[in-house]
Design a protein around this ligand. Structure first.
Ligand SMILES: CSC[C@H]1O[C@H](OP(=O)(O)O)[C@H](O)[C@@H]1O
Length: 354
């Protein structure tokens, strides 16, 4: 499997996704500020992987601490705040920070600094291990749901699936969320072809998902984001499945910009459209998608294409990195615990109580 991120010998190592597929460049760092910059610039990206990167970044930070035990609380508080400010939408980042803050709160008074740091290291590694395991569980639940919902097509042929952005190993550490479902469905002989939309402006679909699918030998074709409705109209897409950055209690889901258009088109053509995301992406504290903070990114991400100026430097731009798909457009939300279909308010609440 692709080695997207690892942490050994107090060193964070990651595959810099900004240069894929043309360059496979690994970076190793012990500097937490460099790690924060890697999250901000999408050198590492993808909601689950951002959570893992955030956890390891906090470990790099505490490893750099030189003060006394009494000085640690204020250092730790500002360190976590810096990490949490790196990207606002993917709730996994905050989930990971909360896990480490919990270790701190439960052990600071009683432990030595060394013992506390060892427990935080263990917690960070567990977040990583859990995200890898989540992929396998999500894939199983997702394929089982597809076999139910698309049985009428599977009687006579394999399926063509649309996916958006990148939700594979580069985003999830394991086999992937939506791409993990697609990978397992391919292994089980259910997939004819994957259609991956480019995912402007940073082209996670055209660059990263294409690279992962090519790596696996899975047949695919890349399309412009605006092509999906036309392909659905022509019967070239049987269902869609994408990842998520934050899922509200009612199933409204924030994901890469462009997702909502795909979902509405699928709904119009009566095609199933799924979200695949670990439970660590569900934010049960917010009732609906209007409460999800949507990251706005630098205008030059639109005005240029990987360093080449394509629009006037003064062109006004709106560059939202995510949009929110209302739950009513979703056939199901596939998680590592189960596939939630139908009433998301009760289904997601029940999931969080398990
Ligand atoms: C399973 S990754 C979830 C999510 O993360 C991506 O965003 P980004 O590339 O900006 O980190 C995209 O929204 C994926 O669907």
């Amino acid at each position: 499997m692709i080695d997207a991120i690892s942490f050994n010998d107090s060193t964070l190592r990651y595959l810099d996704q900004r240069y894929l597929p043309l360059r496979e460049e690994y970076v190793s760092t012990r500097n937490y500020e460099e790690a924060i910059e890697a999250i901000k610039t999408l050198a590492v990206r993808g909601a689950p992987l951002i959570g893992v990167a955030a956890a390891y970044t906090i470990i790099l930070g505490i490893n750099s601490f030189q003060g006394t035990k009494e000085e640690f609380p204020s250092f730790f508080k500002s360190l976590v705040a810096e990490v949490e400010a790196s990207r606002p939408t993917a709730v996994n980042l905050f989930f990971a920070a909360a896990r480490l803050k919990k270790v701190y709160a439960e052990n600071y008074e009683t432990d030595t600094i060394e013992a506390l740091f060892a427990k935080m290291n263990t917690a960070a590694r567990k977040i990583h291990d859990d995200e890898i395991a989540n992929c396998d569980a999500m894939s199983r639940h997702g394929v089982d749901q597809i076999k139910i919902d698309l049985a009428h097509i599977l009687k006579t042929r394999k399926l063509n699936v649309l996916t958006h952005c990148n939700t594979g190993t580069l985003a999830c550490c394991g086999t992937g969320s939506a791409l993990g479902v697609i990978r397992l469905a391919w292994q089980e002989g259910l997939i004819e072809r994957v259609i991956t939309s480019e995912s402007r402006p940073l082209l996670q679909g055209l660059r990263l998902t294409a690279w992962e699918l090519e790596h696996d030998g899975i047949p695919f074709v890349s399309i412009s984001d605006s092509s999906s409705a036309f392909l659905m109209q022509r019967g070239m897409i049987d269902f869609g499945i994408v990842g998520a950055d934050r899922i509200a209690a009612n199933g409204d889901t924030a994901n890469k910009i462009g997702t909502c258009a795909h979902a509405i088109s699928a709904y119009h053509h009566n095609l199933p459209f799924y979200i695949a995301a670990p439970v660590s992406t569900i934010d049960i504290t917010i009732p609906d998608g209007t409460h999800i903070p949507i990251e706005e990114r630098n205008a030059d991400e639109l005005r240029t294409i990987f360093g080449t100026q394509v629009a006037s430097p003064t062109t006004p731009v709106l560059n939202y990195a995510f949009d929110v798909t209302p739950g009513k457009y979703l056939r199901g939300i596939i998680t590592d615990k189960e596939a939630v279909v139908g009433n998301y308010i009760t289904g997601l609440a029940a999931l969080m109580e398990e």
